[in-house]
Ligand binder design. Structure first.
Ligand SMILES: Nc1ncnc2c1ncn2[C@@H]1O[C@H](COP(=O)(O)OP(=O)(O)OP(=O)(O)O)[C@@H](O)[C@H]1O
Ligand SMILES: [Mg+2]
Length: 461
C-alpha cells in the first residue's frame, strides 16, 4: 500500500520551484492574441497536467461547459466582451474556478474591478514567464488551503472519529478478501458501494480506495448524508449562487466542487432525501452539477464512493430509495464483515490500537493478558471495530479492562466452552469487580485465598 494520505494531501514527487501543485493543475488560457496563447502553451504546457486555450470568451464558455479547469487565465482586453465583464457574468451563473487576469493597462481601476468580479490575481502585460508561474502557484496554494480548511471544518462537524487511517488492518481471510477487492477496483473510475454494520470500517475502506487510486493527491471529501438537514443538503452538495435564497449573500462552492479531481464519499446514502436522489442520479449520468440558483451546470471530475449500513435493496422495495439510482451506484459492492465473523483480527486490532493510543496519550500501553485476549476474542462486538477501539481507549485510561466488560462476556457464554473456561472467566470477572483484591474475590467465591493464588499463577495473572 502507498503511504497514508489521510488528512494531509502529499506533495506530488515533481515539486518544482513553483510549488507542488502546478504539475497536477489543468489550465485554460483565454487570449485573442495568437502569440500570447502560444507563449502560455509553451511555458505552462510542460509544467502542468493539461493546458487548453481559447481565442475568445465564447470559445472559452464552450470549453468550460465540457471540462473542469483548476485555473483560468483571462486576458482583459479582447474584441467583443472584455475579461472582467465576462467574468462577472460567469460568476453570476455559477462559475467558481480560480481566475488570473492579464491586463495591459497598469490602472488600478481594472485591477479592483477584476478582484471584485472574483479574480484571484492579476498580471500586468508585458510579463515574464516566471511572473505568470508564480501567480498560478500562489493561486493554487490558496485554493488548496481554502478547500482543505473547508473540508476539515466540515469533517470536524460531521465525524466523531478523530483520525481515520486509510489502511484496513487484519489478516483474517475475510479482511484480506476485502483488501484484494479494494486494490482491484481502486485504479478504475467505477463507483463503489461499501456496505457493513456500524463501526465495521466502511470509511476506512473508502479512504483506502482513494489512497490506492491515481486521484490520491487530490481531495478526499467525506459527506454524511444523514447529518445534513434536508433543506440544506442541495446547497451543501452543489453550492449556490449569490441571492439564490434568503441568506445567500455570496456564491459558495458545494462539496462536489471541493472534491474536484478527487473522491467524494457519500456516507449513509440510504438517508438521502428523495428529491436529492434524482439530482444525484443526473450528476452520475452527466457528470455535471448545477449550483442552487445557477443557470449553468459545472462539469465535475470526481470519483464517487457510497456507503450504507442499511439494506438498500429493502429501501428500494419500500419505495424509499430510487431503483435506478440503486442500480447506478451498485456497480461494485464491497461488504465489510462484522468483527464477530473475523475474530482472528481482534487481537491484532487491539494491539495496534493500544500502541497508537498510548503514543497519542503519552501513557504506557496496558498489557493484555492471555485470558483477556480470550475474552476479547469471544465477545460479539455489536459495535464492531469502533467498539473495540473505544474499549482499548477506556482500558488505557483505567489501566485495566473495564469491569463491566468482564460481566458482559460472562453473560454471553458460548455453548462450546469447557467447564474450566467458564470457571476461569467467572473468577476473572469477580477479580475485576473487586479491582484485583484476591482476598475479597476469594471471600465472594467461597474458596480459599490460596486457591485463587494458585489459579492466578497458572493463568499468568
Ligand atoms: N480494519 C480496520 N483497521 C483499522 N482500523 C479500523 C478497521 N476497521 C475500522 N477501523 C477503525 O474503527 C473505527 C470505525 O471505522 P469506520 O468509521 O470506518 O466505520 P464505519 O463502518 O464507517 O462506521 P459507521 O457505519 O458507524 O459510520 C475507526 O476508528 C476506524 O479507524
Ligand atoms: Mg462511517
Amino acid at each position: 500500500m502507498r503511504p497514508q494520505t489521510a488528512r494531509k494531501q502529499p506533495a506530488p514527487n515533481n515539486t518544482t520551484e513553483f510549488g507542488p501543485w502546478l504539475a497536477q493543475a489543468s489550465i485554460l488560457a483565454v487570449d485573442d492574441e495568437l502569440g500570447m496563447r502560444n507563449f502560455l502553451e509553451r511555458t505552462l504546457g510542460p509544467r502542468c497536467k493539461h493546458i487548453a486555450t481559447a481565442a475568445d470568451t465564447e470559445e472559452a464558455a464552450r470549453i468550460l461547459d465540457e471540462h473542469h479547469f483548476d485555473v483560468l487565465i483571462l486576458d482583459n482586453i479582447m474584441p467583443g466582451k472584455n475579461g472582467v465583464e465576462w467574468l462577472s457574468e460567469q460568476r453570476a451563473v455559477g462559475f467558481f474556478g480560480d481566475v488570473i487576469l492579464i491586463t495591459a493597462y497598469a490602472d488600478l481601476e481594472t485591477a479592483i474591478q477584476a478582484l471584485r468580479a472574483g479574480a484571484a490575481d492579476f498580471v500586468l502585460k508585458p510579463f515574464r514567464s516566471n511572473q505568470m508561474l508564480n501567480a498560478i502557484a500562489r493561486c493554487l496554494d490558496r485554493g488548496r488551503l481554502q478547500r482543505e480548511n473547508y473540508v476539515l471544518r466540515y469533517e470536524l462537524k460531521s465525524s466523531s472519529d478523530q483520525r481515520l487511517s486509510d489502511k484496513l488492518i487484519g489478516e483474517s481471510e475475510a479482511i484480506r478478501r476485502v483488501r484484494d477487492d479494494i486494490a482491484r477496483v481502486a485504479p478504475l473510475p467505477t463507483s463503489v458501494l461499501i456496505t457493513g454494520e456500524s463501526g465495521s470500517g466502511k470509511e476506512v475502506a473508502a479512504r483506502s480506495v482513494h489512497a490506492l487510486s491515481d486521484r490520491n493527491d487530490k481531495p478526499f471529501v467525506p459527506v454524511n448524508c444523514a447529518a445534513i438537514p434536508a433543506d440544506m443538503i442541495e446547497s451543501e452538495l452543489f453550492g449556490h449562487v449569490k441571492g439564490a435564497f434568503t441568506g445567500a449573500q455570496a456564491s459558495r462552492d458545494g462539496l462536489f466542487m471541493h472534491a474536484q479531481g478527487g473522491t467524494l464519499f457519500l456516507d449513509e446514502i440510504g438517508e438521502l432525501p428523495t428529491p436529492m436522489q434524482s439530482k444525484l442520479l443526473r450528476v452520475l449520468e452527466d457528470r455535471r452539477v448545477r449550483p442552487v440558483g445557477a443557470e449553468r451546470e459545472i462539469p465535475v471530475d470526481l470519483r464517487l464512493l457510497f456507503a450504507t449500513n442499511a439494506d438498500l435493496g429493502e429501501h428500494v422495495e419500500s419505495g424509499r430509495f430510487r431503483a435506478d439510482l440503486y442500480f447506478r451506484i451498485n456497480v461494485m459492492q464491497i461488504d465489510l464483515p462484522p468483527l464477530r465473523d473475523r475474530r482472528d483480527d481482534v487481537h491484532e486490532l487491539a494491539t495496534l490500537f493500544m500502541h497508537q493510543l498510548s503514543q497519542q496519550f503519552g501513557t504506557p500501553a496496558v498489557p493484555i493478558s492471555a485470558e483477556e485476549r480470550a475474552l476479547l476474542e469471544r465477545y460479539d462486538w455489536p459495535g464492531n471495530v469502533r467498539e473495540l477501539r473505544n474499549l482499548v481507549e477506556r482500558t488505557l485510561i483505567l489501566g485495566r479492562l473495564p469491569d463491566e466488560f468482564g460481566r458482559d462476556i460472562s453473560m454471553a457464554a458460548g455453548p462450546e466452552e469447557s467447564l474450566a473456561d467458564i470457571e476461569r472467566r467467572h473468577i476473572l470477572a469477580v477479580l475485576r469487580e473487586v479491582n484485583g483484591n484476591r482476598a475479597e474475590a476469594a471471600r465472594r467465591l467461597g474458596v480459599s485465598r490460596k486457591t485463587i493464588d494458585r489459579k492466578c499463577a497458572r493463568w499468568n495473572i
